[in-house]
Design a binder for this molecule. Structure first.
Ligand SMILES: Cc1cc2nc3c(=O)[nH]c(=O)nc-3n(C[C@H](O)[C@H](O)[C@H](O)COP(=O)(O)O)c2cc1C
Length: 201
């Protein structure tokens, strides 16, 4: 692995991911932490949507959503997810695949509490992914939850995080004439150690 230097160097893929994201925070116009989250439905039909990556932990990636949403149903049913984050300004991507679990403890409470009051009330008001009659109906729901939950709402029981424990993480950087660099970190089980393979572009 001596040739895995520069932006790919290091023994810990989560440190590399944090470093790349820190670079992207300086170069991307907005949402450098946006990821395209991929799930499969009960029929095996893939689905994808953007969410914001809120934490890169020592061994997992964390995002937050509504547990009644389509994505949550697909995540809970399959127990698996993948995502890709791409930074046009850096011409790099990170691809992740793995197992998921809910983060609905104190960490989710703390993240919920860190959001603006309007966002906290919005989480209460939105039945995410369900049909909505009109914008006015949503605003009426916001008014209702504002009246019932006031200025210090607790985290809704139907809203929280997911943690992705990766079994694969690929770091990709654009190379001249499409001769890109790719390194795939993979492991069989959560407690296994990583093996790293350079891949053809
Ligand atoms: C840049 C961006 C960031 C987003 N971040 C989130 C997020 O962190 N959590 C979330 O639930 N939805 C987020 N959304 C909305 C989702 O893309 C999606 O519309 C919503 O979660 C419903 O998806 P679902 O019906 O597949 O569950 C974001 C959208 C964009 C474009």
């Amino acid at each position: 692995m001596s040739e895995r230097g520069g932006i790919f160097a290091g023994d810990d893929p989560f440190v590399i991911a944090r470093n790349w994201l820190a670079e992207a925070e300086k170069t991307e116009p907005n949402d450098p932490n946006a990821i395209a989250l991929s799930t499969v439905d009960a029929d095996g039909l893939p689905n994808a949507r953007m969410v914001l990556l809120k934490d890169i932990e020592d061994d997992a990636f964390v995002f937050y959503t509504n547990y009644g949403s389509a994505k949550a149903q697909e995540l809970d049913q399959s127990g698996k997810a993948a995502f890709v984050m791409h930074w046009k300004s850096l011409r790099r991507q990170i691809r992740v695949r793995g197992m998921i679990e809910r983060e609905e403890g104190p960490q989710a409470d703390a993240y919920y509490a860190s959001r603006s009051l309007k966002s906290r009330l919005g989480a209460w008001a939105s039945h995410q992914s369900q049909p909505l009659a009109s914008r006015a109906a949503l605003m009426a729901e916001v008014a209702k939850v504002t009246a019932t939950h006031g200025t210090n709402p607790s985290r809704p029981p139907f809203w929280g995080g997911y943690r992705i424990w990766p079994t694969e993480i690929e770091f990709w950087a654009d190379g001249a004439f499409r001769l890109h660099d790719r390194f795939r970190w993979s492991k069989g089980e959560k407690n296994d150690s990583w093996s790293v393979t350079r891949l053809n572009p």
